[in-house]
Design a binder for this molecule. Sequence first.
Ligand code: COA
Length: 334
Amino acid sequence: MKSSKIAGLGFYVPEKVVTNQDLTAFVNTTNEWIVERTGVRQRHYFDPEKGETNFGFAVKASEIALQRAGLTPQDIDLIVYATLSPDYYFPGSGVLLQRAMDFRNIAAIDLRAQCSGFIYALSVADQFIKTGMYKHVLVVGSEIHSSGLDYSDHGRHVAVIFGDGAGAVVLSATDEPGKGILSTHLHSEGKYAEELAVIYPKSSAKNRNPIEELQPGGGFYPVMNGQYVFKHAVTRMPEAIMEALEANNYKPEDIDILVPHQANIRITQAVQQRLGLPDEKVVSNIQNYGNTTAASIPIALCEAWEAGRIKEGDLVCLCSFGSGFTWASALIRW
Ligand code: COA
């Protein structure tokens, strides 16, 4: 069987930077509260006046990834696009990316696994490559959160965490033994679906778009049981990492670099502590971008790679936890 390796990677965040101080102009919050509880210092927001879109961010990230892989859109056999904030209710953003970059008439799969979206998407892409069906797959995570947050007191604990952006990787078939994606591990536990969710537009409601649900605290905005999410994240992420290590006969100390989903700095620190990893082995960039959901891992991975923190032959571990609940891990020999 073939295996798949990351042949190119890129990310893009919109120009507009919103600091914690900027947020205090329209959110009842403080820089101290946000930094102490989440680690976030600033995030990037899209600018509707510039016509910025979710798939537009994906285009920018994908162009970089393709160029670094030495490929053109014509070489790509499949798009797997993870997002919880698609441009349209339907069709998915994958087809908008397919149109925008002039890909061949290849399949474009939109994938909904929230903060685990990127690892789920990577795993889907990996299966198509391993079976020999496709040679080059574009995997994208892209989000625009800022237009859908509840900036009132009902939603301020959620609103301050999230940011906009996109990351992309090109996954390519390789014959090199022991190289590339070693394994992926995906999980869900739907009994907690409503602990972190956006309920509307709700197809099973008599009126899918009721105006009252647009009020602060309404169902069009994210709800989050923060402490509950926190507790589950710090258990499930180390579990998923250990699962990946054990599947490949490795121990935590064999990890060269851990790229966790950037949910909250305290979650990252708790995971790091449980695994006994030193700071230099753990990527953390939430201070600059906030939580960008499906985009957070490819952005962090790409930044770490650009900074020379990931070298040929390194053992790279990705892990995530998020709404669903979903959680996942991937182990990669770079
Ligand atoms: N600014 C200032 N005060 C805020 C605030 C904000 N943005 N958001 C909430 N508060 C206030 C609350 O009103 C509450 O005030 P009270 O004590 O007077 O009632 C107090 O701060 C504590 O609120 P609470 O929601 O219980 O805070 P918390 O300690 O649970 O911290 C999170 C909130 C969201 C930072 C924390 O629960 C968390 O990190 N959870 C994980 C979330 C996460 O990572 N989600 C993404 C997963 S993919």
